[in-house]
Design a protein around this ligand. Structure first.
Ligand SMILES: [Zn+2]
Ligand SMILES: [Zn+2]
Length: 104
């Protein structure tokens, strides 16, 4: 990695760079970078960041809620399916009440 002191700002060729944008990996002077969520970003990356993620995150949340709903329904369905299977697998004389007939 080249030394930061020898880098020049991407927008201002005469100014020394003080930070490197993690988004576009270009060097920028103090005026061209902004701190955003503990990260130093250049103006264009900041615009990109603030434009996209909120929409994407809400869509992702909606998707996850849908998946949770489907998974819940599937679990309930599987539970009742196997409960039905277990009831069918029980020996038929279990249902004929032989136990209480003997008791009588
Ligand atoms: Zn950038
Ligand atoms: Zn600059």
């Amino acid at each position: 990695m080249p030394a930061l002191a020898h880098q020049r700002c991407f927008n201002h060729a005469r100014r020394e760079a003080v930070a490197r944008c993690p988004g576009c990996e270009r060097y920028f002077c103090r005026e061209c970078v902004t701190e955003h969520a503990d990260r130093v970003l250049c103006a264009s990356c900041l615009k990109k960041q603030s434009a996209q993620p909120t929409e994407r995150r809400s869509r992702w949340n909606a998707f996850r809620r849908l998946m949770a709903c489907v998974a819940g329904l599937l679990l309930v369905w599987i539970f009742f399916y196997f409960a039905g299977r277990v009831l069918l697998l029980l020996p038929s004389d279990f249902h004929e009440g032989t136990m209480w007939q003997e008791e009588r």
